[in-house]
Every structure is written in C-alpha cells, then in structure tokens.
Write a protein of this length. Structure first.
Ligand code: 5GP
Length: 298
C-alpha cells in the first residue's frame, strides 16, 4: 500500500506553481544582493523577522555566494568558520548561528571594500587586453607594472608594459625584497610584481590591479589575504584555442606548451573568489573594476 497517496491534480498544480513562485522570489533576493541594491545583512534580518519569507527559505550558502566579492572557495571557508552546514536555510538557523552570521555580516558591512584585485586566468584568455582597457578607461586604478627578464615585443615600452630587466637585476630585486611575488612563467622567463608602488598606492587609498599568472596569484593570496582573486575565463575552450593560435607570436612548440599550461590553469578556477567571462573586453573590464567599487570615468 502506498503510505503517501498521490494528491489530486489540482493540488499538485497549485504546489508546483507555489514552488516556482518561491524560487523566483529567492532568485530576486539573490539578484538584489548581487547588484548591491540590498545588503546580505538586510536579507538575513528580514529572514529572521519574517519566518515565511523568501529571505527565510534562502540557503545561507546562496546568500553568501550572491555577495559580489565572494566566490565559492571563500564561501566554503566562511561556512566552515561559522560552523553552519551547507544545507541550512537562513530562517532555519538557531540563535547562536544567527548571532555568528550577523557578526560576520556586520563586520563586512563596516569593512573597507577590497582595493587590491588580482586578475589571472589561462594563457591567451585576454588578461592583457582587459588590463590594457582598464589602464585606458579607468585611470584611477593603478595597474601594477611587472618586472620581467624577457625581451620587449614590438610596441612594448619599458616602464609602461613591463620593466625589462637583466637576470642580474632580477636577482637583485629578489635579494632586496622588492618583489611582492615572482614566478617563472611558461618555463622560460621570470616575472615579478614590484612591491613599493603597490604599498604606496594602497596607503593613499587607491585601487590596484595586478595582472599576473596563477602561481603569482597564489603567492599574493598568501602575502595579502584581503586581495580579491579574479579568474578570467574564455567563453569556450575552442575560443581559447582560437585566441592562442590567432595571436601568432609564438612558434608551434611554444603554442603546444602554452595550451598544456592553459589546461592546467583552467583546472584551478575554483580556487578563485570571482570568475569573469571574457566575451566582450569592455564588459569584462567593467566587471573587474566594479569589484573595486571605482566609479566609471568618462
Ligand atoms: P607575456 O610574456 O605574454 O606578457 O606574459 C606571460 C605571462 O606572465 C602572463 O600570464 C602574465 O599574466 C604573466 N605575468 C606578467 N607579469 C607577472 C608578474 O609580475 N608575476 C607573475 N607571477 N606573472 C606575471
């Protein structure tokens, strides 16, 4: 015998409609947090004041993930530190969990927006194009100029695109502690981020963008945990291959090596706080800059 008799059709239709409406209402709440028209703290307070509301039925992970600067990795860490299980809904939290979540969200609300953003992503995804667009269109943002031991490409200017330095000079920078991070990229040349200009800019309240490789991004996370790590994604893998081959600045062996690196790099995307898809350069640049809450310059 079936212990749970099937409800009549009209009830099932009504229940399905109610479920769709509830899902839509929750999506609208998440959207408002993602678009910064509401704070996550306000959503939580509403959830606790109104037990049957859309806010109350939202999962805590969904609420945190909709905060623009929090990616899944960071959310998982926060949930762990708050000792709240993934399946918990905001309205279903006990008194102690509520007060922990409230303290966390109040802390965020009073906190400074992150001013250091690291832009990384697979080879040829267009990090350079996006950061060049930011340099042109958002002059308030300091774009860090890296030091490198590779030779300039046609059109590259020393001190603008890179500081082109000798191996000896790079060694000296490391020895003198001048680099925030450095790495050997594509098994060939060394690249590093000079620290003094970044410290000066942050101390003066400026926003700073670093466009570096994955190894560098990990090192910055260790040195400056407050940095937001952004992973730039291609619209599709095929598009990434097209962009890589299309650039035509490397020989076949180098292209193969870079494709292999790109595969490994793509696999690291979940370590990042935010993912931005590079469909359109100006759109991707805007998304990156918005993470730093810099007004759009005209
Ligand atoms: P390219 O030689 O094509 O300009 O850059 C090669 C790679 O080096 C890119 O993936 C770029 O993000 C990375 N890169 C540039 N500057 C730095 C840096 O200062 N540190 C690290 N770790 N990588 C960098």
């Amino acid at each position: 015998m079936n212990p749970r008799p099937t409800p009549p059709d009209v009830d099932r239709v009504a229940a399905a409609k109610a479920a769709v409406a509830a899902r839509r209402a929750r999506a609208a709440v998440k959207h408002s947090v993602a678009g910064r028209s509401r704070t996550a703290l306000d959503v939580a307070e509403t959830a606790w004041a109104q037990p049957g509301s859309a806010e109350a039925t939202l999962r805590v992970t969904e609420l945190l993930t909709s905060i623009p600067t929090l990616g899944p990795t960071r959310v998982a860490k926060i949930m762990n530190s708050l000792a709240i299980s993934d399946r918990k809904r905001v309205g279903g939290l006990g008194t102690r969990q509520r007060s922990k979540l409230r303290d966390y969200l109040v802390g965020r609300a009073g906190g400074e927006p992150a001013r250091l953003v690291v832009l990384a992503g697979p080879t040829a995804v267009g990090k350079g194009t996006v950061s060049a667009y930011i340099r042109e269109n958002y002059p308030d943002v300091l774009l860090s100029v890296s030091a490198t031991t590779r030779a300039p490409r046609p059109g590259e200017i020393d001190g603008v695109h890179y500081y082109f330095v000798s191996d000896e000079e790079f060694d000296r920078k490391i020895a003198d502690g001048e680099l925030l991070e450095w790495a050997i990229v594509h098994n060939s040349y060394r690249y590093g981020t000079p620290r003094p200009p970044i410290d000066t800019a942050l101390a003066a309240g400026r926003r700073v963008l670093l466009e570096i490789d994955l190894q560098g991004a990990r090192l910055v996370r260790q040195a400056m945990p407050e940095a937001i790590l952004v992973f730039l994604l291609p619209p599709t893998w095929d598009e990434l291959v097209r962009r890589l081959i299309g650039r035509g600045t490397e020989d076949a062996a180098e292209q193969t090596r870079r494709l292999e690196t790109a595969k490994v790099e793509l696999a690291a995307q979940d370590e990042f706080d935010v993912k931005v898809i590079n469909r359109d350069v100006s759109q991707a640049a805007q998304e990156v800059v918005e993470l730093m809450a810099v007004p759009v310059s005209t």
